[in-house]
Unconditional design. Structure first.
Length: 571
């Protein structure tokens, strides 16, 4: 009996141990599974950054497809214009920063005074390059013979065709079904590769030169403006100017005076060249003058607005940013600082509106020095609004605890992507706001000019934020090489060589033709309203395209103002 009881106890003990072992093994398996699940949920910062980039790019591209194919023609026009301006600012800042970083790499260890002097020399070099580009592309200089901007040719006028906007080599033309219409002499049907294609008779030489100037001069205009920003920012970093906001405001006047001397010297040289060649201010010379006028205005407004916002940030927060606009180190500011910077931006936008709507509207001669100064100041206020919104949003994001909990901190790729995506979405919303404003005054020239200025502001907002993201990505990728500064230049040039031709051929051409059609429709509608009584004025929406054919352009300075103004930066 004792033996059997001992055996029973042993069996129970063995069973208990086996059950206990099984429970331990199940617990270990469960813990291992939990650890495995937790291991799968752990992502590196690089994975998170790539995922955010993927989501942001896909969402942005799809939203852009919606806007450029919107049913409303004005929404499509603004979407194309903002996209073009964004790409222009993105590439120009990218190219300038890569060359500027290379210069800083070569001048490593040099005193700040040397950097400031080199920055001013760079402004002069870029401005001279811009003048040469304008002169050659307009046909005013370095041409073997006289350039006829009124030379007409048959151009493919079918938006669905691959060669839309290019010269048609077709010789067989078919007269439209209504040969008595006003547009029968300028719009016909041609046979291209066996298919019927709509063609129109246009000043193809002038259109091609305007598009090329819009491409290359826009890039050089922004690069010159950012070089002036670097020069003014370097001057603000000197001991005397960095003492207080009052002394930091002095470089604003220095930059304006420096640019004014350059502009006046350039104007005297152009006048002497015209006098030497006995040329009048018409044709290519007028195109050169108009293009230069708008480029100089945008260089002045871009540089002075940024340096002014540097002073505002110094006055609000007590911290003077470096010449690139970053604070070293970056730290959160109070809510009052964020609100004050936003208020400064809104005030700049309101001032821009008041100048455009009340001051420029009353000026008859838009080519006078007072009109030019007023337009430059209006554009400066508009860009002050953009810079304040960029840095105000940066300050507001630094105060958001949720972003820090997600690991989105200043200086990281995720941080730049959040700012860029937010700016892009805000711009998409403002496209419909611009459309609503245009509907209130569809034929007002001053309102159209103001809207183009705000399009430039929105393009600056989006382009600058995305450029910062791309710049950080290039620096991160090139940090693995022995000479990262050299590789940054190589990568930036490679990106520019890919983007610029596509931008000029597929985006700028559409922007120019849409603007040209919009100007022609507006001028035709104004002419009809002036001829007809007010109660019989036909609305522009009810008129057919045949009634609103493109008006034959004239290469005078006044007519070129309408065509060149939206091409440089005022898209």
């Amino acid at each position: 009996a004792k033996v059997s009881s001992v055996a029973g106890i042993g069996n129970v003990t063995t069973g208990t141990l086996s059950i206990t072992g099984l429970s331990f093994s199940l617990q270990e398996s469960a813990e291992g599974a939990e650890e495995g699940e937790e291991g799968e949920e752990e992502w590196s910062a690089g994975d998170i950054g790539v995922a955010e980039l993927l989501l942001g790019v896909v969402a942005g591209i799809m939203a852009l497809f919606y806007l450029v194919n919107w049913r409303d023609s004005s929404v499509r026009r603004y979407a194309w214009a903002i996209t073009s301006t964004t790409i222009c600012i993105f590439i120009s800042v990218l190219l300038f920063n890569c060359f500027n970083d290379l210069i800083n790499y070569l001048l490593k260890g040099a005193p700040l005074l040397v950097h400031t002097a080199v920055s001013h020399v760079l402004v002069i070099v870029l401005f001279v390059m811009m003048q040469v580009t304008i002169g050659t592309q307009s046909g005013a200089m370095c041409q073997p013979g006289a350039v006829d901007l009124e030379q007409e040719a048959w151009v493919i006028d079918d938006p669905t065709h691959l060669d839309f906007g290019t010269r048609s080599e077709a010789t067989q033309l078919q007269v439209p079904t209504s040969p008595t219409s006003d547009c029968s002499l300028t719009k016909q049907i041609a046979y291209v590769e066996g298919f019927e294609v709509f063609v129109s008779l246009e000043a193809n030489e002038k259109d091609a030169r305007l598009v090329r100037m819009s491409c290359y001069v826009s890039l050089q205009t922004f690069m010159t403006g950012f070089a002036a920003i670097s020069a003014g920012g370097s001057l603000q970093q000197h001991g005397f100017f960095a003492q207080s906001p009052a002394t930091a405001a002095l470089p604003v006047l220095v930059v304006k005076a420096f640019l004014f001397v350059i502009f006046q010297t350039s104007s005297l040289l152009r006048a002497r060249m015209r006098q030497k060649e006995a040329c009048d201010l018409e044709g290519p010379q007028a195109l050169w003058e108009v293009e230069t006028t708008h480029a100089e205005s945008n260089i002045m407004s871009l540089s002075t607005s940024f340096v002014t916002v540097q002073v505002l940030r110094f006055w609000i927060s007590g911290v003077l940013p470096d010449r690139s606009g970053l604070e070293q180190p970056e730290r959160p500011h109070s809510l009052n600082c964020v609100i004050l910077l936003y208020v400064a931006g809104v005030s700049g936008g309101f001032a821009s509106f008041m100048i455009q709507n009340h001051l420029l509207r009353r000026m008859g001669d838009r080519s006078s020095w007072l009109a030019r100064a007023s337009h430059t100041f209006q554009s400066t206020c508009s860009m002050i609004c953009a810079w304040c919104m960029i840095f105000g949003t940066r300050w507001a994001a630094m105060r958001t605890e949720k972003l820090h909990e997600w690991g989105i901190n200043p200086g990281t790729m995720a941080w730049q992507l959040v700012l860029a995506t937010g700016a892009t979405l805000t711009t998409f919303v403002f496209i419909f706001v611009l459309r609503r404003v245009e509907q209130c005054a569809p034929q007002d020239v001053e309102v159209s000019s103001m809207l183009r200025s705000f399009v430039t502001t929105l393009g600056l907002l989006v382009g600058f934020t995305w450029q910062r993201s791309f710049e950080l990505g290039v620096k991160t990728a090139c940090s693995a090489f022995a000479r990262p500064a050299v590789w940054e230049v190589v990568v930036s040039l490679a990106v520019a060589m890919i983007v610029v031709p596509a931008w000029r051929k597929y985006i700028l051409t559409k922007v120019y033709r849409r603007h040209k059609m919009h100007v022609a429709q507006t001028q035709e509608a104004l002419a009809v309203e002036q001829e007809a009584p007010s109660d019989q004025a036909q609305p522009i929406e009810s008129r057919s395209m045949s009634q609103m054919g493109l008006m034959k352009p004239q290469s005078s300075k006044a007519s070129l103002e309408c065509e060149v103004m939206p091409l440089v930066t005022d898209m």
